[in-house]
Write a protein that binds this ligand. Structure first.
Ligand code: S3P
Length: 197
């Protein structure tokens, strides 16, 4: 977990914000910036899994298998949501798992960072460490994941398009605006973001 000084934030976070979306969407980098803007803590669920397991993600996939990883991912996310309120970046497959998705829906406001295939591919192509892309044609694999997962990511409370060249700061501001709009549209619930006078 990383904590930021709540110095100039105009908001108080009343409900955790969980970033979902495919590998390369910018969940970690934008999430870190978003947390700084809100004076909130930032956590990356993949990092927490690696720490808890004492193994890298490729090692977990290789020695224990994907289903063990998914189970650990669900438990880590449930624990983090129960323990603290903040910004949580999740791995690309988390919101796809029905039980993990239900956990996030019940305890947080979810934000889908949507991006097109070209942008995602440009961001992941030279970065090793993603076991699902260790295939003969990783771009094609990414395209298949996009096809399969986008209808599920669409269940997130809020969607923000990740655009080429947009700064992390600009993305964080767009998320804040989109979450506020969502809060206004769901007035009966305590808001995710409370304006601080
Ligand atoms: C995965 C995405 C990865 C990581 C794991 C599986 C996925 O996280 O959790 O390799 O299923 O899409 P990022 O989305 O942060 O790359």
């Amino acid at each position: 977990m990383e904590t930021h000084t709540p110095a100039a934030s105009r908001f108080r976070l009343r409900r955790s914000l969980v970033l979902v979306g495919l590998m390369g969407a910018g969940k970690t980098s934008v999430g870190r910036r978003l947390a700084a803007c809100l004076g909130a803590s930032f956590t990356d669920s993949d990092n927490e899994i690696v720490e808890a397991a004492g193994m890298s993600i490729p090692e977990i996939f290789e020695s224990l298998g994907e289903s063990v990883f998914r189970d650990g991912e669900r438990r880590v996310i449930a624990r983090l949501l129960a323990e603290r309120r903040g910004v949580l970046a999740t791995g690309g497959g988390a919101f796809v798992e029905p039980r993990t998705r239900a956990e996030i829906k019940a305890n947080a406001t979810s934000v889908w960072l949507r991006a097109d295939l070209d942008l995602l591919w440009d961001r992941v192509r030279d970065r090793p460490g993603r076991p699902l892309l260790q295939t003969a044609n990783p771009r094609e694999t990414l395209a298949e994941l996009l096809e399969r997962r986008y209808p599920l990511y669409a269940e997130a409370d809020v969607m923000v398009d990740s655009r080429r060249g947009a700064s992390h700061e600009a993305m964080a501001q767009r998320i804040i605006e989109a979450v506020q709009a969502h809060d206004r549209a769901h007035g009966e619930r305590p808001p995710t973001l409370e304006a601080v006078a």
